[in-house]
Ligand binder design. Structure first.
Ligand code: AHM
Ligand code: MG
Length: 363
């Protein structure tokens, strides 16, 4: 298992006044629960509600991991007849993962509402439960078209503070720019199950030890290399891209300019592509194209949480002209072009995409 520098050794990003409370060596066994508690101690004003949300999400992740692992055996592969709000056919595991998260999160008294990529509107907290001061947004099972072929899938989540006054959460609570997130993370159900999250004190990764059912700290304070090795993009949309997008892709591939060519890797599961690039360095791009002028990925459920993590790891995320975390959401299921990963690669995308249309060789 890969180990990074210890938390005590690296000062987390944006909290100069933070005290280091997590004391461990590279071989210490630290559960996610203990890590969350120790992070919370950096905030004497904390009520423990955010920590509670993270525990519950870790529990939901374990339950989903269990379903994903036994998917082939349990004969639950294949599509249901329902279509989700995006007009896509839902896989059964999407439905299950959605239900697991709602059931794990609705009764804790910490959330005022939820929003899921699989549901058209806000999910309210049932009347019988207390409402809290946070809202949760999530993509229960990203990359679900890969389920049938045993390719990694993932869960992505984002937590924001409630800003409206009533008991229940409202659309306004959900439509906050990503820079206001208080926590975000993802779970990758791959050769092992990993959860990576941030509360703005660095990005930390935990690997599930299935023998004891615990997430253990395996990747404290993740840092993405400034220059990447990998390019993750679906090249089959090339005929539909505009010239600026083609120009930046040619540079990534070493066909123009003086950069070393990146290696292409595209799983087609955002979480898997993002995770590889976060650890190894690289850029994931889902550009706008003529058929999907706003791109495919969702600002609130996919781009914002991963942008929060990548920035905490020293990387960047842009839609081509604007930092993802500064994009003002106007609707729940809003899509956004996404360029996310190593600083130097994302910066190149920003420069080329916000510049004048280039004259392409052979165009
Ligand atoms: P989903 O949330 O419906 O699973 O769709 C998102 C997925 C991402 O995981 C992945 O990066 C992308 O769609 C792949 O799209 P494409 O097949 O167009 O390359
Ligand atoms: Mg998704």
């Amino acid at each position: 298992m890969r180990r990074h520098a210890s938390v005590t050794g690296d000062r987390p990003h944006n909290s100069a006044r933070m005290i280091s409370v997590v004391k461990h060596t590279a071989t210490s066994v630290v559960t996610i629960d203990r890590f969350i508690i120790e992070e919370e101690r950096n905030h004497p004003e904390a009520t423990g509600e955010l920590s509670g949300i993270l525990y519950d999400l870790a529990l939901a992740a374990k339950m989903i991991a269990n379903k994903v692992r036994s998917a082939g055996l349990a004969d639950i592969l294949g599509a249901t007849e329902d279509e989700n709000v995006q007009g896509e056919v839902q896989q059964k595991l999407d439905v299950l993962a959605n239900e697991i998260i709602i059931k794990a999160m609705d009764h804790g008294g910490r959330l005022c509402a939820m929003a899921s990529e699989e549901e058209p509107g806000i999910i309210q907290i049932p009347e019988m439960f207390k409402c809290g001061k946070y809202a949760l947004l999530f993509d229960p099972l990203d990359g679900s078209s890969n389920i049938d072929v045993n390719v990694p899938v993932g869960t992505i989540f984002s937590v924001v503070r409630k800003i409206t006054r009533g008991r229940h959460g409202e659309l306004e609570d959900m439509l906050q720019p990503g820079r206001r997130q208080v926590a975000a993370g993802y779970v990758i159900y791959g050769s092992s199950t990993m959860m990576v999250y941030t509360t703005g004190q660095g990005a930390h990764g935990f690997t599930l030890d299935p023998s004891i059912g615990e997430f253990l700290l395996s990747h404290p304070n993740i840092k993405i290399p400034d220059t990447g090795r990998y390019l993750s993009v679906n090249d089959s949309y090339e005929p539909l891209w505009d010239d600026n997008v083609r120009a930046v892709m040619r540079q990534y591939k070493g066909m123009d300019g003086d950069r070393r060519a990146l290696s292409t890797r595209y799983v087609g599961s955002l979480v898997a592509d993002f995770h590889r690039n976060l650890l190894g360095g690289g850029i994931f791009a889902y550009p706008a194209n003529k058929k999907t002028p706003k791109g495919k990925l969702r600002l609130l459920y996919e781009a914002n949480p991963l942008a929060f993590i990548v920035e905490q790891a020293g990387g960047l995320a842009t839609n081509g002209s604007q930092r993802i975390l500064d994009v003002e959401p106007t609707e729940l299921h809003q899509r956004v072009p996404l360029y996310i990963g190593s600083k130097n690669e994302v910066e190149l995308a920003r420069q080329v995409l916000s510049g004048p249309a280039p004259a392409l060789a052979g165009a």
